[in-house]
Structure formats: C-alpha cells, structure tokens
Write a protein that binds this ligand. Sequence first.
Ligand code: KIV
Length: 270
Amino acid sequence: MTTVRDLRGKAGTEPITMLTAYDAPTAAIVDEAGVDVILVGDSVGNVTLGHETTLPVSVEAMAHHVGAVARGAEDALVVADMPFLSVGVDEKASIENAGRMIKEAGASAVKLESGPHTVSLTERMTQLGIPVMAHLGLTPQHVNQYGGYPRQGTDRESAERILDLAVAHEDAGAFALVLEHVPSNLAAEVTAAIDIPTIGIGAGPDCDGQVLVFNDAVGLSEWSPSFSHQFGSVREEMEAAVDDYVSAVESGSFPAAEHSYEERELDDIY
Ligand code: KIV
C-alpha cells in the first residue's frame, strides 16, 4: 500500500505517477498498472456527471465516488479532492468534510485547491491526521473569477505568489503539491525550492511527478486540454463496440445459440 511517506521518498529519485479515477473498475485498472496515486478529482463533475464545471459537485457525490475507488484500488494511495466550498468557509465544517473522505469513504488523504486561506487549514488537518495534498497554479474552482481556465504564474508577481504559497503549504505540513497549468520554468523553480514532491499537470517535465485526468489520458474525452496527451483511443473502441452490438441485435445475430439456454423439462409445456 503506497503511503504519503513513500511519495516523499520517491521525490527527486523516481518519477511519481498519478491519474484520476471515479469508479471501482477504473481504479482497479489504474492500480494494477502500478500508478502511485489515484486522485478522485472533483473533475468527476465535468468528466462523468455531465456538469459544465466542477462547481456543482457535492461532498456526498465525492464520498460516493471515493468509496468506489477505494474499493477498486489495492496498492495506490487514494486521494479525495475536496469540492467547491466544502473547505475554507469555516474550519469545523472543513475538517468534518475532509474527515468524511477518510473515515467513511476510505481515502488516505485529501487534496485542497489552495491559496492563502488554506495555509492554517492545512496545518490543522495535518495535526489531526488528515494528510493534505496542496494544489496551486490553475485552480479550476476559481473558473468564475478567472473567466475560463487561463495559464497562471505568467508574470513575476503572480509567479512569486505561487512560490511563496508553495513554501507556506510545505511549512504547514502538506505532503505533496499539484502544480496546474503554469510555465515549466516556474514549476522547476518551485520543485527546487521545496522538499515535498511536486506533481505537475501542464507544468512541464521538471516536477517530481505527473498527473492527468484518466478520460483524457486513455482517449475517452470528447475534448481535452492542450497540455494533456491521449495514450489510447478508448472512445473509438467503445463507439465501435456499441455499433457492433446494435447491428448484431438488429440483424438477429445476437443472441446466438451459445448465449441461450433451453430447458428440456419445459418441452412438454411449451
Ligand atoms: O479534479 C482533478 O481532476 C484535478 C486534477 C486535474 C489535478 O484536480
């Protein structure tokens, strides 16, 4: 079973792999491939629940998906993403919501989209035994403030803000840091400045690890960001299989004799 300590040990020596998953069979595939960390991202909102953004995802929905992933994974570290406004509004509710992911759903850690408001929260959660993965750069829960999903840390002032926040979250006890959609030279600078592993998405090759959304990585998404890469064509495979099924039922070739069973004892009746 991968632990937060194992990740820290890998940082700077071996690349860390992380993928999202939202259900048990996908978690089993990712786990069996030897991926270190499975993130049950709040991207479940747009990737599998049909929402436009991650904002409508509830704590209940997250706990439901985290439970499925925790049942499907054996070795990977399962990290639950905390949905919009489930943390940061008030400390007690934040800790209770994060605690549910560990106590009820079976995650081993939580991820918080981070900012100045999550520094003391990260410290408190860590003290209480809730390991925290921080997330800086593009934080998609700010979509309405950004007016989209633009690259972050592109000028000196905002790059320094990200660097300072990375150090502050490490000092507060975060065990790892996701850096999303930032210039690769900034990600390299952050990675050199802190000892906890950085895990990049759209952040270049110099992070300690990489994360992608599962559906983007396997080629199941209709659209994926330019910093992602399709390592397969699962959507085409699924479309072909469904087309074949429809044709087989319509032509009468399915079900065939081998898919059916006749009970001899009923011969007298029917
Ligand atoms: O929700 C998510 O899937 C994420 C990753 C893209 C880092 O936050």
